[in-house]
Design a protein around this ligand. Structure first.
Ligand SMILES: NC(=O)c1ccc[n+]([C@@H]2O[C@H](COP(=O)([O-])OP(=O)(O)OC[C@H]3O[C@@H](n4cnc5c(N)ncnc54)[C@H](OP(=O)(O)O)[C@@H]3O)[C@@H](O)[C@H]2O)c1
Length: 339
C-alpha cells in the first residue's frame, strides 16, 4: 500500500477500522475470526490500526492485544479515551483528567503494550474545558504511556485551543462524500497547523458501496438503526439510493469498485488524509486496501463532488440530539446542529 506521514510515523494510506468486529454493524464475529482478519490486514500492508476503549467496552482493544501483540512493531496503534460508565451502566462522555488517566492504563493492559502511538480524546466533553482534557493527555505523553495526541469530532476553534496546550498529531472525524462538515473549517485548520486528518466512516457506513440495507432491515445493534439513523430511514434512503447508479458508473469507468472510489476520493483531498474503512469481512478488507491504487483526475473529483454532497443527500448524519452535542458541528450551525 502507499505510505503517508502521520506526525512522527509513516503509515499505510488507509488504516484498518477495527471497531466493526466488536460492535456497530450487526453481531460480532468469533474472536478467532477477528484475529485472522487483523493478521491478514497486516500481511496485506495495513500498518495503522484504529480502536477505542469504548468499542465493545474493551473487547476490541483486548482482541488486538491477544492476536497482534507479537507483531507490535508492524503497526501504528491508535486508541481513544473520553467515556465512562455511570452507576446505572450508561456510557457517557467524560473528559475529566482522572478518567482519561485511568482509561489509558486500562487500554495499555488490554492492548498488551507499553505505549499507545496515538491516543485520541473520543469526544469533547462540554462539561470539561478542552485544555484540561488535553492537559491530561499531555501528562500521559510525559509519562511515556502514549506517544502522540489526537482529537475526534472537534470543531476548529476547540482544535486551536487544544493545540496551544500540546501539539495535536491527528484529528479523526466523520468525512466522506456524503458528510462534508470538515470542509467547513477543520480541514483548513489541520493543514495550517500540520495536523493529519483521519476520516472515519469513509464508506458512508456502507452506503457508498451500494450494499447497505435501510433501517427496516437492520438489527437493533446496528448504528444505522440508532445514532446514524436519519439517512437510512426508508424515505431518505430511497432518495439517497438514486445517487448510487451514477456513482457506480464512475467507478466502472475508473476500473474500480464503489468502495475503492469512495476511498480514492478521500485520498485525493490531501496528502494529510488517512481514511480508516472498517469491516469484519476478509474480502472487503482486501478490496479496501486497493483504494490507494485508484488515481482520480480533477474532472472526476469534481464530478463526484457535484454528484454526492450534503445538498444532494437526504437527512443528517446523526440524530438531532447527537448533532446538538457534537463539538465539530459548531463549524456548521444548522437545524439539529449546535448554534
Ligand atoms: N471517532 C469516532 O467517533 C468513530 C466513529 C465511527 C467509527 N470510527 C472508526 O472508523 C472505522 C470505520 O468507520 P465505520 O465502520 O463506521 O464506517 P465505514 O468504514 O464507512 O463503513 C463500514 C460499513 O461498510 C461495510 N463495508 C466495509 N467495506 C466494504 C466493502 N468493500 N464493500 C461493502 N461493504 C463494506 C462494513 O461491513 P461489515 O462491518 O459487515 O464488514 C460496515 O457495514 C471504524 O471501524 C472505527 O474504527 C470512529
Amino acid at each position: 500500500m502507499q505510505q503517508r506521514n502521520l506526525g512522527p510515523f509513516t503509515v499505510s494510506a488507509s488504516g484498518l477500522g477495527c471497531m466493526n468486529v466488536s460492535m456497530g454493524y450487526g453481531p460480532r464475529i468469533p474472536d478467532a475470526d477477528a484475529g485472522r482478519l487483523f493478521n491478514a490486514a497486516l500481511d496485506r500492508g495495513y500498518s495503522f490500526l484504529d480502536t477505542a476503549s469504548l468499542y465493545g467496552l474493551g473487547h476490541n482493544e483486548s482482541l488486538i492485544g491477544t492476536y497482534l501483540s507479537s507483531r507490535r512493531d508492524e503497526y501504528v496503534l491508535a486508541s481513544k479515551c473520553g467515556f465512562s460508565r455511570t452507576a446505572e451502566g450508561k456510557t457517557v462522555m467524560d473528559g475529566r483528567p482522572a478518567v482519561l488517566q485511568e482509561t489509558c492504563e486500562d487500554s495499555l493492559r488490554r492492548l498488551d503494550t507499553d505505549v499507545i502511538d496515538l491516543y485520541y480524546l473520543h469526544r469533547i466533553d462540554p462539561q470539561v474545558p478542552v485544555e484540561e482534557s488535553v492537559g491530561a493527555l499531555a501528562q500521559l505523553v510525559a509519562q511515556g504511556k502514549i506517544k502522540t495526541i489526537g482529537l475526534s469530532e472537534i470543531c476548529a476553534d476547540s482544535l486551536r485551543r487544544a493545540h496551544a496546550v500540546h501539539p495535536i498529531t491527528a484529528v479523526q472525524s466523520e468525512y466522506s462524500l456524503w458528510t462534508r462538515t470538515p470542509e467547513r473549517k477543520v480541514l483548513a485548520t489541520c493543514s495550517e497547523l500540520g495536523i493529519s486528518f483521519v476520516p472515519f466512516s469513509p464508506l458512508a457506513r456502507q452506503f457508498l458501496t451500494g450494499k447497505s440495507p435501510d433501517v427496516t432491515a437492520v438489527l437493533e445493534d446496528d448504528i444505522r438503526a440508532t445514532i446514524a439513523r436519519p439517512r437510512f430511514e426508508p424515505q431518505n434512503f430511497a432518495q439517497n439510493q438514486k445517487l448510487l447508479g451514477p456513482f457506480g458508473k464512475i467507478a466502472e469507468s475508473n476500473g474500480c469498485t464503489r468502495a475503492q472510489l469512495a476511498l480514492a476520493w478521500l485520498l485525493a483531498q490531501g496528502d494529510n488524509i488517512i481514511p480508516i474503512p472498517g469491516t469484519k469481512h476478509m474480502e472487503w478488507m482486501l478490496e479496501n486496501a486497493g483504494g490507494d491504487a485508484v488515481s482520480l483526475d480533477t474532472a472526476t473529483v469534481a464530478e463526484l463532488d457535484a454528484l454526492i454532497n450534503e445538498d444532494t443527500v437526504a437527512g443528517y448524519r446523526y440524530t438531532d440530539a447527537l448533532m446538538a452535542s457534537t463539538d465539530s458541528e459548531k463549524d456548521w450551525p444548522r437545524a439539529g446542529g449546535l448554534e
